[in-house]
Design a protein around this ligand. Structure first.
Ligand code: ZN
Length: 324
């Protein structure tokens, strides 16, 4: 069935959407090499009462899929008659990469390193620039939904600049296992949005290439919590089952010996300095190298792909803030 009833637009203009209206759009952002449009699927629910604009974005990396289901399910539950303000769901930000089932854009760029792009730049620059300019810049708040990369798994964790009061509040409302405070590397959607005056956080919802029910439910809960907190919908904020682990910094531990890798702790495990965290074996099954935690911390994410070249990632270690 072809959904021909879905309106094609070149630019999302929230002011032209009537109050109390639910809309699905295909945003014609760029065209491919045959001149055929690449459409970005966007949903908008505009309440009858004026209020904040919350944007939710998914699949900035084309193989990070849980956020797609989060957005679909959120919009199924929203009643525009009682909604205050507007929620915009960019269901798939990086459509070409999504179709290729890959993280990166078709020109090989990681688009979450080049935001906000440029008007007259290369393929990925222009794509990103138009997305920011035609869609994202209208948001007051942004929750950008990601997952781990191929071959790795993540805890449910939030990246945010916790020095920002609003971003900190939004982060706590996600009920995640871990909150990692950082400024946001240059070129991320979060930092580009922040530069536009948007309160933005990144939510890392589990693993790539699949829909995970538990992670999707957790993501939905976090977004509804923010909407309640902003006065967009009525309801009771769901408190966290446990306080999140607050990390002030984090880093990846890399393998300096190629081989068959086994990472020992699970995600969200707290580990101690000196604890054995990984073993690399050669292809005959003999132990080649063992790795130990350089300091106390928590496992934010880890590699699960056994084949690990020299320089491959082992474990993403979060370090608790001094007094958390
Ligand atoms: Zn990502």
């Amino acid at each position: 069935m072809i959904d021909t009833h879905i309106e094609v637009i070149k630019r999302l203009d929230l002011d032209t959407i009537p109050d109390g209206c639910f809309k699905k759009f295909r945003v014609h952002l760029v065209s491919n090499g045959m001149g055929q449009p690449i459409y970005i699927p966007v949903m908008v629910a505009k309440g009858k009462k004026e209020g904040p604009v919350l944007g939710v974005t998914a699949a900035v990396h084309g193989n990070e899929l849980n956020g797609i289901s989060v957005i679909q399910k959120i919009f199924k539950q929203i009643d525009v008659n009682t909604l205050t303000g507007t929620i915009v769901g960019v269901i798939a930000f990086n459509v070409p990469a999504l179709l290729n089932q890959e993280r990166r854009f078709i020109d090989g760029e990681d688009i979450n390193r080049i935001m906000p792009g440029s008007e007259f730049g290369n393929t990925s620059d222009v794509y990103v620039y138009r997305m920011m300019e035609r869609v994202i810049q209208q948001f007051d708040y942004l929750i950008d939904l990601h997952t781990a990369s191929f071959g790795r798994i993540n805890s449910y964790y939030i990246r945010a600049n916790m020095k920002g009061k609003v971003a900190s509040r939004m982060s706590h409302l996600q009920n995640a296992d871990i909150i990692l405070s950082n400024q946001g590397a240059d070129g991320t959607l979060r930092s580009a949005a922040t530069d536009m005056g948007i309160h933005a956080i990144t939510s890392e919802l589990g693993d790539p290439n699949r829909f995970q029910k538990g992670m999707i439910s957790a993501g939905i809960e976090g977004i509804f919590n923010v909407m309640i907190d902003l006065g967009m919908i009525k309801g009771k904020i769901v408190p966290p089952a446990a306080s999140p682990i607050l990390c002030g910094r984090s880093y990846w531990i890399y393998a300096n010996e190629g081989g068959v890798l086994e990472v020992l702790p699970n995600i969200v495990d707290e580990i101690k300095q000196g604890q054995k965290i990984a073993v690399t074996k050669n292809i005959f099954g003999d132990i080649a190298k063992e790795y130990f935690a350089p300091e106390d911390g928590v496992v934010i994410g880890k590699s699960v792909h056994p084949i690990n070249q020299t320089g491959g990632r082992i474990l993403h270690l979060g370090v608790r803030e001094a007094n958390s």
